[in-house]
Ligand binder design. Structure first.
Ligand SMILES: C[S@@+](CC[C@H](N)C(=O)[O-])C[C@H]1O[C@@H](n2cnc3c(N)ncnc32)[C@H](O)[C@@H]1O
Length: 507
């Protein structure tokens, strides 16, 4: 048995939280070797790692590159370098590492080979001052500001591209949001116009370089050469495989078993997204879900433990039925293609919440006494000060939704999917609400045929964001952009209804 084929156990608990704050997740050797193999393949005499950490790339260089290769880098956290020493790197290996902020206080001079696993620090963990400086840097470099939702890793990539020498090579391992986020189009337009994207490597769920971390990681291999029309796109399916390095070192020409490779056109890859397999370019007239339905997120209560109850609990408290709405909370509470009234009974029998306490905006003293008492208990728990709830007037006023005919489970261990809502429940935030524009039973039936078809579900990856667990997350506006499969929407019963819905959308 090859021990490398087994994923290591992920960090857990507080350790993992510290790592997340600092963006410290180390690159495994089999991926680091391939990345160093690429950047040194052009004959560079040094490599530069802007985020050295425990030194995964320096160690890889010592394994796969000539001993005279110079190791340069930056690291913001001196204590992270202790990990590098503990892993066997010598004082001389680390002598050209500067302790500094690579993005905001970059080193001078251009680099022929840059390799990095930048810190994946999401935008909401950055201070307002840092965000301002990053924004200014992005705007100056690419000419337009990058959307504020870009994390620090995106600016690492931009700074590294700025410092890359003419003809130099860069390999970065990055989360999929780099190519799927709202900022991705502008970012990749700029990169693909100024650099050559030589290769992109994606990983299957079982081969993910960071097991247990909910990030779908990709490796980008980019050179400071004139752009060309196509690129090598690899899909690595075996954890720990040596073939990743063999393929990279063959300059992406060898066929391999563990890494499925294709060449794809840059135009198609930019349109589809580099994290997704090649797709035929869509006819601009392809109908989208938004032509015949609208999408809203489920209800955010701000305190499920207080507002989302079993019927038994609601009875004990004394909440009258006119303040209760049948509801569903977690995607795993709706494991089938339909939610029915019987299904809600099963949840109740299993002590799972299935009703939403949904107070309106009337004054406290206008509620029945038992409800006043319950709301009083909520106040004593400090609920009115919680982030979301504090913005409501009065604090207990619940969001409302018409029960949607369809739910969309957008993130969960089971794949993203549509669910028919026969029980007419309202969903919480684990789901999206899908409302046909034409409310007739005939339109609902036709739309269900489309939504339950595996070809429609397969298209979710065109509009969704991918996570390490293999899950896909789709935001409401992105779901409205979901392409509906042409053969299906041309079926007579469906085409007629869609045309009618589209007309009502235009009105
Ligand atoms: C994801 S780790 C990668 C470490 C190592 N190169 C690897 O691949 O295993 C990212 C490292 O970047 C460091 N870092 C975070 N912000 C930085 C900054 N602004 N400038 C330089 N290093 C930074 C963190 O301390 C951390 O050690």
């Amino acid at each position: 048995m090859n021990p490398k084929r087994h994923q290591p156990l992920p960090p857990s608990g507080p350790d993992r939280e510290v790592l997340r704050q600092k963006g410290q997740f180390w690159t495994p050797p089999w991926v680091a070797d391939a990345m160093v193999g690429y950047v040194t393949g052009g004959g560079a005499c040094s490599i530069f790692d802007p985020a050295v950490g425990a030194g995964a790339f320096f160690l890889a260089a010592r394994r796969v590159a000539p001993p005279e290769l110079e190791l340069r880098g930056t690291e913001i956290d001196p204590s992270a370098l202790q990990g590098a020493r503990d892993s066997g790197l010598s004082a001389s290996d680390l002598s050209l590492v500067e302790i500094r902020d690579f993005v905001l206080d970059p080193p001078t001079g251009r680099q022929p080979a840059i390799v990095a696993n930048p810190p994946y620090i999401r935008h909401h963990r950055l201070s307002a001052a840092t965000k301002g400086l990053l924004r200014e840097f992005g705007r100056r470099l690419i000419g337009t500001p990058i959307d504020g939702r870009a994390g620090l890793h995106v600016y690492f990539l931009l700074r590294a591209l700025e410092l890359l020498d003419h003809g130099g090579r860069l390999a970065f391992i990055m989360p999929a949001d780099t190519v799927e986020g709202v900022f991705a189009r502008a970012l990749w337009q700029w990169i693909s116009h100024h650099f050559r994207v030589d290769a992109v490597v994606t990983f299957s769920h079982q081969a993910t370089p960071f097991p247990g971390v909910d990030t779908n990681a990709l490796v980008f291999m980019i050179s400071a050469n004139a752009p060309i029309d196509d690129l090598a796109w690899g899909y690595c399916d075996v954890w720990g495989t040596n073939e990743l390095r063999t393929w990279v070192e063959s300059e992406f020409t060898h066929n391999t078993r563990d890494v499925k490779v294709e060449r794809r056109s840059l135009a198609e890859a930019m349109e589809t997204g580099l994290s997704r397999p090649p797709q035929p370019l869509l006819d601009p007239l392809t109908p989208r879900l938004g032509n015949c339905a609208t999408v809203l997120r489920g209800i955010a209560t701000g305190a499920n433990e207080f507002f989302f109850l079993t019927r038994r609990r609601a009875r004990e408290v004394g909440i009258p039925s006119d303040l209760l709405v049948p509801a569903i909370g977690r995607t795993r509470d709706a494991p089938e293609a339909e939610v029915s009234a019987e299904h809600l009974d099963v949840l109740e029998a299993n002590n799972r919440p299935n009703v939403l306490f949904s107070p309106d905006a009337r004054r406290l003293e206008q509620f029945p006494e038992a409800v006043q008492e319950y709301l009083g208990a909520g106040l004593a728990m400090g609920l009115s000060k919680r982030a979301l709830i504090a913005s409501r007037r009065p604090w207990y006023r619940m969001e409302t939704r018409k029960p949607p005919p369809f739910l969309f489970a957008y993130l969960g261990r089971r794949n993203a999917r549509f669910i028919r809502n026969r029980a007419r429940v309202v969903p919480l935030t684990g789901f999206l609400c899908v409302y046909p524009r034409d409310p007739s039973p005939e339109a609902e039936e036709a739309l269900w045929r489309v939504l339950s078809d595996p070809r429609t579900v397969a298209n979710l990856r065109i509009v969704g964001k991918s996570y390490g667990s293999g899950a896909i997350k789709v935001e409401p506006r992105a779901l409205e952009r979901l392409p509906l499969p042409s053969p299906l929407v041309r079926e007579p019963g469906i085409a007629r209804v869609l045309d009618k819905s589209a007309e009502s959308a235009e009105r």
